[in-house]
Design a protein around this ligand. Structure first.
Ligand code: ADP
Length: 254
């Protein structure tokens, strides 16, 4: 995609010619398209829970709800509000990564102990899903912005639990691999079809819309992982087989 810019050349108060500049703006236009699409998606994603909240509240306010149903209605309002909060939080995290305006400094972080902390935060959720979670490996240090690394690992483990099978397993491995700091999150879950593997890192992309909706999530988790990994200077790899499981790993050349 090119943009043509024409500038007149003046000579003795008369136009004697023109300078034509042909700019390759493909990348710029693509970025603008992505931004426009993202804004449209955000508006839609924010509107859905807000419409529910407003609808439930209105019905309650008008006194149409039987006393025994009040708990259910207020529960719906609570769930939808929580969803909105997660969405807004994820959008803020993504825009910080996008703009490089992350308000934290890098420090030496032990991948192994951080993985243990993330696993502890997700223990209750793993229990509810009947998933067994284990952290393996050894202490391994990397210079990184800790809150971003924690967020990336949290999102990976959260997905590994959510998209698992009953009695499934999640294994986080932190170690030095081929001389590089390495951490991976492996699950025994539903897997991601080969054709979808490139797309799951896109904003709001979800493989099975109805199934994912039931499971819950913002559709932004893996975008945060991708942008977070880039911010941390880590290589991100995904291996997955439907019905067998998924492994997503990060490694550093340092
Ligand atoms: P979500 O909030 O939907 O979990 P993500 O961006 O984290 O959003 O993931 C995008 C989609 O990729 C998910 O909706 C799901 O379809 C798929 N996915 C992510 N992680 C896994 C996994 N470990 N196993 C199977 N599918 C996964």
């Amino acid at each position: 995609i090119y943009r043509l810019i024409a500038n007149p050349v003046w000579r003795h108060d008369q136009i004697s010619g023109a300078v034509l500049v042909l700019l390759d703006v493909t990348e710029q236009v693509e970025r603008e398209d992505l931004r426009r699409e993202f804004t449209a998606n955000i508006s839609h994603e924010l509107k859905t829970p807000l419409t529910s909240i407003s609808g439930f509240a209105e019905i309650m306010q008008q006194g149409f709800v039987k006393p025994q149903d009040i708990e259910k209605f207020s529960g719906n309002i609570f769930t939808e509000s929580q969803r909105l909060i997660s969405l807004v939080n994820d959008i803020i995290k993504l825009s910080q990564l996008d703009e490089g305006s992350v308000p934290y400094e890098p420090e030496e972080v032990d991948l192994f102990s951080l993985a243990g902390q993330v696993a502890a935060r997700l223990e209750a959720s793993a229990g509810q899903n009947g998933v067994n979670m284990a952290v393996e490996g050894e202490p391994v240090f990397v210079k990184a912005v800790r809150p971003i690394l924690e967020e990336v690992l949290y999102n990976l483990c959260d997905n590994a639990i959510k998209y698992n099978r009953p009695q499934g397993k999640v294994t986080v491995i932190a170690k030095q691999k081929d001389g590089k700091p390495f951490v991976s999150v492996q699950d025994t879950g539903i897997g991601i079809p080969a054709a979808e593997q490139g797309r799951v890192f896109e904003r709001f992309y979800r493989v099975d819309k109805s199934h994912s909706k039931e499971i819950g999530g913002t559709g932004l988790g893996l975008s945060i992982v991708k942008h977070g990994a880039a911010y941390l200077g880590a290589q991100l790899t995904l291996q997955s087989r439907p019905g067998v499981g998924t492994v997503i790993s990060l490694s550093w050349d340092q």
